[in-house]
Design a protein around this ligand. Sequence first.
Ligand SMILES: Nc1ncnc2c1ncn2[C@@H]1O[C@H](COP(=O)(O)OP(=O)(O)OP(=O)(O)O)[C@@H](O)[C@H]1O
Length: 457
Amino acid sequence: MDEIWGQACIKLEKSVGPNNFNHWIKPLRLTALEEGVARFSSPTRFISDWVSRHFADDIMGELSRHGQHIERLRFEVIPQEGNQSRPANEKNGSRPATAKEARDVADAGRPELGAPLDPRFTFGNFVVGKPNELAHAAARRVSEGGPVGFNPLFLYGGVGLGKTHLMHAIAHDYQQHDPSARVLYLSAEQFMYRFVQALRESTIMDFKGMFRNVNMLMVDDVQFIAGKDSTQEEFFHTFNALVDQGKQIVISADRTPAEIKGLEERIKSRLSCGLIVDLHPTTYELRLGILQAKTEVFRHQQPDLQIGNGVLEFLANRITTNVRVLEGALQRLFAHASLLRREITLEVAQECLTDILRTNDRKISIDDIQRKVAEHYNIRLADMMGPKRARNVARPRQIAMYLSKQLTNRSLPEIGRRFGGRDHTTIMHGVRKIEELAGEDLGLAEDIALLRRQLEA
Ligand SMILES: Nc1ncnc2c1ncn2[C@@H]1O[C@H](COP(=O)(O)OP(=O)(O)OP(=O)(O)O)[C@@H](O)[C@H]1O
């Protein structure tokens, strides 16, 4: 049995990755193979549930490749010593989940319990620049293992700036330095989900055992547990138990611990004990660096990819919100280029990314639009807001309404207010009218395209 399982394990470690393997599959023992059923012993129910949900196909496939025809897995929980006892430094028991927590779990349906690591999120693929150099250096230091002067490492920053990427990179490298190390990475939402599930299924000791047995715990988006009292409490105990054992903790959030409303003071102070570093909004240079690096990778797969001069610079200039959007834009351009087998020129990029560019364009204001349109049609700026209904005034006003809708993030009522307190239905009518007319009148369509280009320049 041990030999068959040993051989299957060699393959499984490759197919599910070392982190998943060490966490979930390694603790299992194959005890019997009979009538299409593989029987295992597992130290906790948590592990067996997880394995049957996530890795059953891999295991059955692997065993079948070794001459066994396996259709089902069965688990018997045989607790290892210490798993049933309450951890020594745990003074409080677990509070029952609050109604809100139970509801959140129910609302989430049946979310994935685990969080596999993304193989693309490595240090090698992380572009370092001024805004993220400190976070990167701290992450590198933690990933080397050994005693680290700061625990936890708390990474924070706005959406899509690389927090998750850095956390996965830490986990990859840490695991590489010590392949037997157990790294547990999950989002705060998953932490809550697992906690509530453990309460419901009376497996809380397994839950505690699982979390206290890791070498490194990484919790992403910790702001999620704000206001969730029982989860916070459990998190607090887990945190303390690990820190007491000298285990490294890495946390991420969208703001500093002090700024997370609804987070208990004692947790805020614990989270602030280590090193708090932020990922600043990207600069033009960093965005360009990221675009160049990603283009380089893509060029390896598709050597004939042609990107015209200035396209990457244009994207770095115009898409300033977050790296995820920047990546999405680039992916779309690559897909476009490989389908049409055409060089990506500046014009192609502009056309292909109109929607992304539009929502990213914060620089265009309704004021700019009104001014530009008034100037173009030679009417007074005041006529944009005024009541005149003569066509030579009303039409440009509608064009300005249309462009305001297209080029800014303003809602119809907001646009209405900026056009002399008009109702949102008037704005909607104006927008539709222009869409309709532009479909029939080439001159008007060209006028609009010209205005748009001038505004976007
Ligand atoms: N410096 C960087 N170099 C290369 N890729 C980056 C960099 N920063 C971010 N990315 C990429 O941008 C995308 C978004 O990053 P990530 O998911 O890590 O953001 P996040 O800060 O965790 O966002 P959220 O707040 O939404 O969780 C990922 O695909 C990531 O690889």
